[in-house]
Design a protein around this ligand. Structure first.
Ligand code: NDP
Length: 292
């Protein structure tokens, strides 16, 4: 049945969150209260929604949170000094600075200021480097969520050819690193790649993280491919506004072994993995887990 092919990110993220909640409970019994600090600079409406959702999920799994809302005209010095305070605060285990930051603040400088062990987004260069070396570090939430979805379809991805379309620092590149670590043969495709369609046709696993609505069609895929669609694109369809992925879901469904829908696929996993990272950071800071 076609519907059996749907990788249900909502259900799988609920499973992750319930595992996290259980372990948070165990930590609390030992007197450790996992805590996430969220910093939002400016009043971007989309960022406000993301932050609200993250705080709601944290509360649901028993993770404490502290919120810092700073005005758009905040100086880099003020933001860096707040991060320093949070770095030194033993009660805070994870620090998340919501991106994008207002113009004039250097994102890299800010992300580099977060202590790597509190970097629950996995964007610090020390964690990025650790990931590429195959060390056990805090991993970026969206790609690690994609891995969890893939492992739901196949526990062992060894030897599979994975094609990742998109090479951003937050999705494509770390996704390629995780797939390599899982013993896939990895092809990383981007806007300068030649003959993208033929490259996609080689994929046993196709991960689309492009930001182009329904770019990937049935004739781009190998029969039986497993498709992870990271794209979130708002389009006008039949007179109303809808979210679609980078893959044309209806068009490819017959051809694939399994596919994530948009919405309800990768999206819910991202926040679940953020909670999982906050738990791991707390465990590590209390020497209960070995990650470097
Ligand atoms: P970016 O815009 O940072 O990166 C897009 C990548 O796609 C770039 O590497 C670009 O190549 C490549 N690209 C663009 N056009 C083409 C093309 N025609 N053919 C091949 N490659 C192309 O996006 P993000 O990685 O941040 O996000 C990608 C998508 O995923 C977006 O829709 C975003 O909304 C969504 N997203 C979803 C998340 C979730 O939780 N589900 C989380 C994060 C993102 P080049 O580098 O050469 O420019």
């Amino acid at each position: 049945l076609a519907t059996d092919k749907r990788i249900d990110g909502k259900a799988i993220s609920a499973q992750v969150l319930s595992e996290v909640a259980e372990q948070v409970g165990q930590l609390q019994a030992q007197g450790v209260h996992p805590c996430l600090a969220v910093v939002l600079v400016g009043d971007d409406p989309a960022s406000q929604v993301y932050v609200k959702n993250k705080l709601l999920r944290a509360a649901e799994v028993g993770i404490l949170s502290v919120e810092h809302y700073l005005p758009a005209q905040t100086s880099a010095e003020t933001l860096l000094s707040l991060i320093e305070t949070l770095n030194e605060d033993a009660k805070v285990h994870g620090i998340l600075v919501q991106l994008p930051l207002p113009q004039g603040i250097d994102e890299i400088q800010v992300l580099e200021a977060i202590k790597p062990i509190k970097d629950v987004d996995g964007f610090h260069s020390s964690n990025v480097g650790g990931l590429s070396q195959g060390r056990s570090v805090l991993q970026p939430c969206t790609p690690s969520g994609c891995m969890r979805l893939l492992n739901q379809v196949r526990a062992d991805l060894s030897g599979m050819h994975a094609v990742v379309v998109g090479r951003s620092n937050i999705v494509g590149k770390p996704m390629a690193a995780l797939l390599l670590q899982a013993n896939c043969t990895v092809t990383l495709v981007h806007s300068k790649s030649r003959d993208i369609k033929s490259l996609c046709q080689m994929a046993d696993i196709l991960v689309a993280a492009v930001g182009r609505p329904e770019m990937i069609k049935q004739d781009w895929l190998k029969p039986g491919a497993i498709v992870i669609d990271v794209g979130i694109n708002r389009v006008e369809k039949e007179g109303r506004s809808r979210l679609v992925g980078d893959v044309d879901y209806a068009d490819v469904l017959d051809k694939v072994e399994a596919i994530t829908p948009v919405p309800g696929g990768v999206g819910p996993m991202t926040i679940a993995m953020l909670m999982s990272n906050t738990l791991a950071a707390a465990q590590k800071q209390h020497k209960l887990l070995s990650i470097s």
